[in-house]
Design a protein around this ligand. Structure first.
Ligand code: PHE
Length: 339
């Protein structure tokens, strides 16, 4: 019996030292410490030991059991600790996951810059509906009933139970709405989306954006219009830019002009962007036609004012040297990520 105890002690101690995983630990426990394990079997044999030897052998067995159990317990704790350390280990060599950072669309960036410039000289911001009635889009803007801009070619018409509407073809109808709802003086810009039924190409799209400007007060002069537009162009394109005001026609302004800026790509020498003319057309403007004041209840003898309108896509195309307007609407991230 003594020999068996010694043998078990040696064997169990050796295999305790071999325990590496929690499976090893469980196997050890089953083999030596469980109710049918080797140790329990030795206790079982105690009943066959001669009576006078029992106390001594029993004591030895108890000591062995206590020693194995406490050593096993400490080995098991170590194994468990190692296991949880392994599973929470951070692998610093794994490549990071790429995060995509959103940014403003180039048209939004361009509109923000235009707004910043006009806000800095005292303009407020107004807006109006994209689905308009004929009255605001055309009639109150002094378009004669047979004016070609009302043609099916340019205007998207919308029919509904409450009447006939159009998708606004420009932001100018908001001029009318601002004056209907406010007494002079008014000084606002109106950024917004407009629609035209044109063939889609690199140069034109069925929807685009404009920024309208309107200033009406006592004694507003053409010189103020020129000064404001010049200030805007220098802020937006750079202080070297030159301007050209060309006489033009709009039903709601008189006199009217279109404004060209010197091509900032070639400095006016002529290039692909300015179609070798040295100039780029950027906006339409003029003094508000007195007929328009009649529609909104302003006294044409008391007030005067100017209006202007520019295309945001056009300014963005020029600013970034983009040659196809459709790129703004395709939402291709390879394009958008460049801004
Ligand atoms: N509404 C005109 C257009 O769409 C632009 C414009 C606005 C012209 C204001 C003069 C005054 O082309």
């Amino acid at each position: 019996m003594l020999g068996e105890i010694e043998k078990l002690k040696a064997e169990a101690t050796a295999s305790l030292n071999q325990i590496r995983t929690s499976d090893d630990a469980e196997n050890f426990r089953l083999k030596y410490l469980s109710r049918k394990g080797s140790l329990a079997q030795l206790f079982e044999k105690l009943k066959d030991v001669p009576k006078d030897e029992k106390p001594a052998i029993g004591k030895l067995l108890n000591e062995l059991r206590n020693a194995l159990e406490s050593e096993f317990e400490s080995v098991r704790k170590k194994v468990e600790a190692e296991k949880s350390r392994q599973s929470s280990k951070v692998d610093l060599s794994i490549p990071g996951r790429r995060r995509y950072v959103g940014r403003k669309h180039p048209l939004t960036q361009t509109a923000d810059e235009i707004k910043r410039i006009f806000i800095s000289i005292g303009f407020g911001i107004a807006d109006g509906p994209e689905i308009e009635d004929d009255y605001h889009n055309f009639e109150a803007l002094n378009f004669p009933p047979d004016h070609p801009a009302r043609d099916m070619q340019d205007t998207f018409f919308v029919k509904s139970e409450t009447g006939k509407y159009v998708l606004r073809t420009h932001t100018s109808p908001v001029q009318i709405r601002v004056m209907e709802n406010n007494k002079p003086p008014v000084r606002v810009i109106i950024p917004g989306r407009v629609y035209r039924n044109e063939a889609v190409s690199a140069r034109s799209y069925c929807l685009f954006h404009q920024v309208e400007g309107l200033y009406v007060d006592k004694n507003v002069s053409l010189a103020e219009l020129k000064g404001t537009i010049s200030f805007f162009a220098k802020e937006f394109f750079g202080s070297d830019v030159k301007l050209r005001f060309r006489p033009s026609y709009f039903p709601f302004t008189e006199p009217s002009a279109e404004v060209d800026v010197s091509c900032f790509i070639c400095g006016g020498k002529g290039c692909r962007i300015c179609k070798y003319s040295g100039w780029l057309e950027v906006l339409g403007c003029g003094m508000v036609d007195p007929n328009v004041y009649k529609f909104v209840g302003y006294d044409e003898n008391e007030v005067s004012g100017y209006a202007f309108g520019m295309g945001i896509e056009r300014l963005a195309l020029l600013r970034y040297g983009i040659d196809d307007i459709r790129l703004f609407f395709e939402n291709d991230l390879r394009f958008l990520n460049q801004f």
